[in-house]
Ligand binder design. Structure first.
Ligand SMILES: C[C@@H](O)[C@H](N)C(=O)O
Ligand SMILES: C[C@@H](O)[C@H](N)C(=O)O
Lengths: 165, 165
């Protein structure tokens, strides 16, 4: 399991935006992200889970530097997309494990989530791909998160650094 | 914009599972995915968006062949993780665009979402990474989805195939 993971990354310069209560209909996602693209705002994680009664939330992260521009742009289309609210959270960090073919390795995501759980670190959002498993967590816990994940996936490295004369 | 995308993929052999109403606390995600890993069930997209009042939903996809095993395993831990429900949907397909460095290209995701919207195809779930933007849609619309996305990102190819004698 451990060898599939080649690295751990942490990004504390992200802000999370969530557009809540939008109609779950064609065109909504296009409007949201088209609006951001028109302002040349790059979006990192886009996460949309299942709807409830034809209503959904669309969450995503942007660079902290782009947060104000993004919010301003989205406010302009808020009524058009019939959103209940546009929420944001700057107190987040994205912690990821990177590897090859992780999807075919059941247990890698579970091990990452266990590592965070061991550190009492709550997982706010999750997005995965074959080469990257990312969790959004509390920014203040980012360094601890990297450490606990490192202990799980690179235990021999930790053993070496503990040797003192 | 168009050149960043190297391909379009469609997978009609996935089933979506959603575990709803779980406490948004450390250990929950680890329990869910540890349970699946113990049965050697591979998980594809894991999507968890923001919580509401300390409660969250965790959605993910598995291969259709693994659906029954996955549901059986999750039922056993349902009360331990205090889930309201374990839902599933087999009528889904995952449609993705694949490329390099797509996160730094605002507008690629928007173009994909627009393509689907043009085809009146509702986007049920979204998960993204730098090299892959994936949408879960209605299975019956998978082929149409690939076609509309292809028209947007590879227009010259479509032009060629429309020539008839
Ligand atoms: C919510 C949003 O993703 C909507 N379902 C759409 O297709 O655009
Ligand atoms: C909901 C689940 O992701 C929870 N927040 C956890 O950390 O495990």
């Amino acid at each position: 399991n451990m060898r599939a993971v080649s690295g751990i990354a942490s990004d504390e310069n992200q802000a999370r935006i969530a557009i809540t209560g939008v109609p779950d209909q064609p065109g909504v996602a296009a409007k949201i992200f088209g609006t951001l693209a028109n302002r040349n705002i790059s979006v990192d994680m886009i996460i949309q889970s299942l709807n409830k009664q034809e209503i959904n939330d669309v969450a995503f992260t942007v660079s902290s530097n782009d947060l104000n521009d993004a919010l301003e742009a989205l406010e302009k289309v808020k009524s058009e997309i019939q959103a209940d609210a546009i929420l944001h959270d700057t107190s987040v960090a994205k912690v990821s494990i990177v590897g090859i073919g992780m999807i075919d390795r059941p247990g890698i995501a579970a091990d990452m989530f266990s590592a965070l759980s061991e550190g009492q670190i709550n997982i706010k959002m999750i997005a995965t791909s074959e080469i990257k498993i990312s969790c959004l967590i509390e920014k203040a816990q980012a360094k601890q998160a990297v450490q606990t994940i490192h202990n799980v996936f690179f235990p021999e490295a930790c053993g070496a650094t503990l040797v003192t004369d």
